[in-house]
Ligand binder design. Structure first.
Ligand SMILES: [Zn+2]
Length: 531
């Protein structure tokens, strides 16, 4: 049986831009639109031309995407004609493939917020759709507060949706604007709408205020809707929008959906999903959610020994889908509870051949346990575990030695008489017989040390040029008589691969130094740098 086409509409750049603390520049918007386009998202809503300079500029030029690049805006204002509404004119002139109008579908809002009549609101919907169609645009209508509106006055909510459809809107999108509707209500109401408007013209726009935006989206699809609107990483006002990063793999990998629907995201594009999700976080300068379904660092991580040995035999025993399908990795955590089976499973995953009777495996386990009692947490630092394992098994070349480093923090007045704190680090490195000195300033002592350390590694420099620190976490642990500092550093390379390293010391600079060194050496090993 032929599969039906299900469409995805991303509103990261419009609704997602409402997220507290998120402020996209034009460059951000173009980069994110490019990632969404590369994934195969059918519609990318870029913003609201006329609402702010960034969005106006975004739509001033025709953008070259395969996706249907969509501008968002209001229907014509009540009491005006479509040809005499400056806001509508801006929207109609925007260089967009499609226009997504938003209109109220709740009679109460029409009267109280819009201060107009129900009939005038319907006329505004009809006129606006007509005007956009006349401009040759594909048209969508977001029916704001549709579900609450339907509960209050089903006849009027349906009339709003039907007005747009009858006028030729490609999609009528049912919005759960407050995010409070539950899946069984969505299912019932969408089924009613689909009796009036064919489901392949009906979309769902769910917000996550009861943590069910994804479930609501699927409930709508089961009831007949054929377009899902959402955002990357569930960005959006308040609790966010439906998370496309969770929706896409479910549609692709769960037989209920993959057997019934085709979406624009290919199997190859799906493998980029984790990278896209992380790249967005990085652009927003946020740490990624480790527990995010499918793409989080912990999504395929297993801790307990008994699970680890079962996973080594057959991953399907504990995994609902294969991590590689979404560009993620399986991870067996090495922790205090670790047994030999964890260590062996992890060694196998990272490609280190080991014999379970090798006495060095027992020694590695002892070292891990000893270090974890003083504050190391290898389950959170896969790359440091790998370095420890490789060193214990004797396979890490001695690329270079840091013979000395010095970090200086100075507070003084600058030339303008302002009080400033300046950090500088000097690092002495020995590579073979060659000795070199590098100095660098930074916005803090660790940043200065990192920059000095990576400034000049001689013949190894080319291997670490693309190395970036993406996250730096510090925790003070109160174990025993004195506090120690645990530093976790996350790094990324040119392939988008990420790894985490750890350092522990009473001194934050020492702890950071350990983690930085592990990260650099890990990268050299990974790149196959010659000793
Ligand atoms: Zn919304």
């Amino acid at each position: 049986m032929a599969r039906e086409r299900l469409y995805l509409f991303d509103t990261t750049l419009r609704d997602g831009a409402q997220t507290n603390g998120v402020d996209f520049t034009l460059a951000d918007k173009l980069a994110i639109a490019g990632m969404l386009d590369g994934l195969g998202i059918d519609y990318v809503e870029g913003g609201y031309p006329g609402a702010n300079p960034t969005d106006t500029e975004l739509f001033a030029t025709k953008r070259k995407f395969d996706t249907t690049f969509t501008a968002f805006g209001m229907t014509r204002r009540p009491g005006r004609s479509a040809s005499n509404d400056p806001g509508l004119a801006l929207l109609l002139d925007a260089k967009a493939d499609a226009i997504c109008f938003v209109a109220k579908a709740w009679d109460y809002h029409v009267r109280v917020a819009l201060e107009t009549t129900e009939e005038e609101n319907l006329a505004s919907i009809r006129d606006s759709v007509k005007a956009a169609k006349a401009k040759g645009r594909e048209v969508l209508l977001d029916c704001e507060h549709f579900f609450d509106g339907y509960k209050a006055n089903p006849k009027y909510a349906l009339a709003c949706a039907k007005a747009a459809y009858d006028e030729g809107a490609r999609w009528v999108v049912l919005c759960d604007t407050n995010g409070g509707t539950l899946p069984h209500e969505v299912a019932t109401i969408v089924a009613e709408v689909c009796k009036l408007i064919p489901g392949d013209h009906v979309g769902i726009h769910a917000h996550n205020d009861t943590e069910q935006a994804v479930a609501n989206s699927f409930a709508a699809v089961r009831a007949g809707a054929r377009q899902i609107q959402g955002t990357l990483n569930g960005l959006g006002e308040r609790c966010g929008n439906a998370n496309l990063v969770s929706i896409i793999p479910t549609l692709k990998l769960k037989p209920e959906f993959s057997g019934t629907f085709d979406i624009g995201v290919s199997d190859t594009a799906l493998k980029k999903l984790a990278q896209v999700s992380h790249a967005l976080d990085e652009r927003l300068n946020r740490g990624s959610n480790r527990h995010a379904p499918y793409v989080g660092a912990s999504a395929f991580a297993t801790k307990a020994g008994i699970h680890a040995s079962a996973i080594a035999k057959d991953p399907a025993t504990y995994e609902h889908v294969a991590p590689e399908t979404v560009g993620n990795k399986r991870k067996v955590l090495v922790s205090e509870q670790a047994g030999k089976s964890n260590i062996l499973a992890e060694l196998e995953r990272i490609g280190i051949a080991a014999d379970k009777n090798d006495p060095r495996i027992g020694r590695l386990l002892e070292i891990v346990k000893e270090r974890e009692t003083i504050g190391y947490a290898y389950e959170a630092a896969d790359a440091s575990f790998e370095m420890l394992a490789r060193r214990t098994l004797g396979t890490v070349p001695n690329y270079f030695d840091v013979t000395q480093f010095d970090v200086n923090v100075e507070q003084r007045n600058n030339a303008k008489g302002e009080r400033v704190t300046v950090c500088m680090a000097v690092v002495k490195v020995k590579i073979g017989d060659e000795k070199m000195i590098s100095a660098a300033e930074g916005n803090g002592p660790v940043n200065a040390l990192d920059r000095a350390l990576r400034k000049d590694l001689g013949k190894y420099q080319k291997y670490i040029d693309s190395l970036k620190l993406t996250d730096f976490r510090v925790r003070i642990l109160n174990g025993g008589t004195e506090a120690v500092t645990r530093v976790l550093i996350e790094s990324e390379d040119e392939n988008g691969d990420r790894w985490t390293t750890i350092g522990v010391s009473p001194n934050i600079i020492d702890a950071s130094f350990q983690a930085l060194m592990d990260s650099i050496i890990y990268k050299l090993v990974k790149s196959g740098a010659p000793a």
